[in-house]
Each structure stands twice: as C-alpha cells, then as structure tokens.
Design a protein around this ligand. Structure first.
Ligand code: LFR
Length: 494
C-alpha cells in the first residue's frame, strides 16, 4: 500500500487527506479539517498563514499517529495570493486576501500603460481585479519599499512548501494565475513588469507539477520518523488544476464546474486559446498538467456563504443546509440578477446588495429567505448556461455533459438546476476532487502511475458520482431569456 497526504486548502476551509493506493484503487480518507478565516486589521484583509501552517502540522501528526508510513506530501490551495520573503528568508507580512479593497482602480492603472487586449494576448489570462498583477500594482502604491526589499515572492502553496522544506520554487499551474507569465514562453513576462515599473527580482524558478521539492526540514515534523521520510512534491498546486485532474471524465466533449467558494466553469484545451472572442468574453487560459484550463470564474457558493453570515449577524441562526431546505419551497424564478456584479465580490451583506441590484432593475426583491436562496441558485445556474453557450461558441462544438466536482457537488438543488438550465446531464462528484488530483500527481511523480490517462482510469475506478438528468422544461428556457434580458447579457451568434 502506498500512503500519501494531500493538503488541500480552499478559501473557507482546509483538509489533510490520506490517500492509499493498492495498485488498483485509490482510497481517500479525510483525517483533519480546519477552517480558514481571513483576519481584518485596520480594514486590511490578511490570510492567517501561520495558523494554516500549524494546522497542516497537526494534520500530518495525525497521519503519523495512524502508524502508516507516509511516502509523500503535496499542497494545493487557492490561487493569486502570495507572501514576500526578505533576505533572511523571513515572511515580511501576512499575505493579503485577494478580496482586499487595495486592488480597486488597479486594473485601470495597468491599462493606462498596456491595452487590455495586449495584456490578454501576452498572458492569456482573464481580466479580474484579484490577479497577482493588480495586487502587485497595489503593493507598489502602498509600500514600494517592501517590494524592493523582498527577495522572493511565493504563491500560497509555494510559501507553505517553503515552510515545510526550505525550498523556494514556483509551481507552474498556479503561476499562470498571476497574469505575469508569458503564455508563449511559460516564463515570467519581464517586459510586462518593466513596462509597469514593477520590480521583478523576487520572481523565482518555475517548475512543472510533479517536480519533487525534497524532504521535510521542519524540526517538529522531523521528530516523527513516520512522516520525516516523506518527500514533498510540487503537485498541480492551484486547487482548481488539481480538481480538474480529479474529474472522472466519461465523454470527450465535457465541461466542468469546480464548485466551491468560486464556481470555475470550463473545459480542457491543449494550448491557450487567445483570440478576439476569448478576449471579449473574458475567458482565461490557466495552466494544467500537460494541458490548459479554458475557463471562467463564476461567483459561486460565496454568495451563500456570505448570506449565511449576514443572516447570523441579523440573529437568525441558520446554516447553509437549513437555507437549502428553505430554498426547496422558495418561489421559483422570483428575481433575476447578475451573479457577476462586481459589488458582490467583497465580503459583507450580500443579501442587501442583491436587493439593491433587483431594485435598480425594477424588480421586487425576494420576500423570504427561501426565495432569496433559491434565486441565488437559479441565477448561478443561468450564469453557468451563459458561460456554456459562450464556450460552445468558442469551441464550435456541443458540450455533451457537465461534471460538477468539489464541495458544491453535494448541493443537490444546484446540481439539478444546472442540469435544467443547461439542458445537459450533470455528473456530480467527487467532492474531494482537488485532493484526488493532488494525490494523483504524487503517484505520477513517484512512478506509481505512468501517464495522465492511467490517472484518469484510476479516478474513474475509485470515485462515486451521481447523475442529474435535465428536466428539459420550457419554463427554464423562458426564464433564461429573462436572465439575459435583466442582466443585459448578449449572445453573439444567436
Ligand atoms: C478556487 C480558486 C480559483 C481562483 C480563486 C482565487 O479556489 O483557486 O480558481 O480564481 O480561487 O484564488
């Protein structure tokens, strides 16, 4: 039996998962789960990276306590955020959260120097305020001195890998999300940084997923011989890239939704698709393992997570499962709003912002929580349909099936709405796709598997999925038209 550990941290929680491979099946077991709460100080949002590291160590100790010897460890997390190290190898500041307001106006500032189409042509990456590029512009405004003193910029998984091993490398899949890589060369776009007067001396070596980092150097962990011998591997360290490796692909023409705090809707392509249409539709080409992920970020379960918090602040103790139960009896198609409205990006009172958007469009806001939650799910499903239509236009072919992986695969209402809004069958699961992709990459790196197609077969053999057939009801088609109308979205060739 080959035991390895996947450390998979998303924007709201992290997990340490044991993978056990017997040569035929991969079994996964969640050993430890912890919350990931940003900390706000003087209006600035930070990730509590030291606590996350302490949680990782606790998780690895639990793994060791099982008396199984662990061959390898891999880390995947959310993208775009980073920490800066100084000349002594010390972290200069807690990493800022991508939802921090410091990036306001930064896209415009960049575009004063480089036209947005040119930026896309060079990087293949979507225009989103959270990208590392805009965060660096903000950092340069806030503290140019910090940037000039920094010796290394490490993305979150690379930073945690550095804490574990002392190595300071940058893994490719996550590096693409910075919008600082040249799509053609797969290296840092130094000219781009220079054009923006951003220093680049802190950008380091880029390595492919599957590259070993070496052994643990953390003294606490070295005390336990069952983990001390584990090699640390650069997996596809962007959680979405790992999730895509964990899809049990059944049809050649599929789309996926990696569903968590965000819904990442897309497909796989062999090379970045950089043309006028993808630029105009603001698709992104993020790096994968031997391929690219052509996708779009959709606001996702963030809307429910923030609604839950807002309800709790109003004294209504109500969990997401409670809200989903209420949604079943909510009024269907009661209101339409653009899930991608940028006002929904920062944390806060999401329900009030949705009401405001409804009023702006002369619609009555939902009258009860069940209708609000149902409306959030319906409008997310309409946005999925919209992105599906765009994707089919880009690819010039029909997508046959949609895979939903990640925590959102448990959300039965959203899975059914996705099938109904798109008219496509939805295959839901696995929930732990990122961890499976993470473990799969470790097996590839250690020659337990020989190719990505072997990994695919293993995933299919090892996971359980649930099928949602579309109802093919006319009312969903009609409601989708109303969604397009209310949100001012248009489809070009239809
Ligand atoms: C999902 C994800 C998305 C990325 C967003 C911010 O967890 O990694 O792919 O766009 O978080 O990092």
């Amino acid at each position: 039996m080959f035991h390895s550990a996947a450390i998979d941290i998303g924007a709201s929680s992290g997990r340490v998962i044991r993978g056990s491979f017997d040569g035929n099946q991969l079994q996964v077991c969640e050993l430890y789960r912890f919350s990931n709460q940003p900390v706000t100080v003087h209006g600035r949002m930070y990730w509590d990276i030291y606590r996350l590291y302490a949680e990782i160590k606790d998780g690895l100790r639990r793994l060791a306590a099982e008396s199984k010897s662990v061959k390898s460890v891999g880390i995947d997390t959310w993208a775009v955020d980073y920490g800066l190290l100084d000349k002594d190898g010390l972290l200069m500041n807690l990493p800022r959260h991508y939802r921090d307001s410091r990036t306001l106006g930064m896209m415009e500032r960049v575009e004063e120097r480089i036209h947005r189409n040119q930026l896309f042509a060079r990087t293949g990456i979507q225009r989103m305020p959270i990208n590392t590029l805009y965060q660096l512009m903000a950092e340069q405004v806030e503290s140019p001195e910090r940037l000039s003193r920094a010796t290394h910029l490490l993305l979150i998984p690379d930073l945690l890998n550095y804490f574990l091993t002392g190595q300071k490398w940058t893994e490719f899949t996550n590096a693409t999300t910075t919008q600082l890589l040249c799509a053609g060369t797969k290296h840092w776009d130094m000219d781009l940084l220079q054009q923006l007067d951003l220093p680049s001396h802190y950008l380091g070596k880029i390595v492919s997923p599957g590259t070993p980092l070496g052994h643990l150097s953390d003294l606490d962990l070295l005390q336990d011989s069952r983990v001390a011998a584990a090699s640390v591997i650069h997996v596809a360290s962007h959680d979405t890239a790992s999730a895509v490796l964990g899809i049990p692909v059944q049809s050649e023409s599929f789309a996926y939704i990696s569903s968590g705090t965000w819904s990442l809707f897309g497909t796989l392509v062999s090379e970045p698709i950089i043309n006028e249409r993808t630029a105009e539709m603001n698709f992104t080409n993020e790096g994968g393992y031997q391929n690219y992920r052509l996708l779009k970020n959709i606001m996702g379960l963030w809307l429910l997570q923030q609604t839950e918090l807002s309800e709790q602040k109003r004294g209504n103790i109500c969990s997401i499962p409670d809200m989903l139960r209420l949604a079943q009896n909510g009024e269907p198609f009661a209101f339409y709003f653009d899930t991608e409205d940028t006002r929904l990006l920062p944390p806060g009172d999401i329900p009030s912002r949705i009401y405001e958007i409804c009023r702006e469009n002369s619609q009555n806001p939902p009258v009860d929580l069940g209708t609000l939650v149902r409306g959030i799910l319906e409008n997310l499903a309409f946005q999925y349909r919209y992105v599906l239509d765009q994707l089919e236009e880009i690819l010039q072919r029909r997508i046959q099936v949609i895979h939903i992986v990640g925590g959102g695969a448990q959300n039965e209402l959203l899975c059914q709405f996705t099938a109904d809004a798109t008219g496509r069958p939805v295959i839901a699961g696995p929930i732990e796709a990122s961890a499976i992709g993470n473990l799969g990459m470790q097996l590839l790196a250690q020659d337990e598997l020989r190719s990505s197609s072997e990994l695919q077969e293993l995933v299919k053999r090892s996971v359980i999925t649930k099928l949602y057939e579309p109802l093919l009801e006319k009312r969903w088609e009609e409601a989708y038209k109303l969604y397009l109308e209310s949100t001012g979205k248009r489809l070009s060739n239809r």
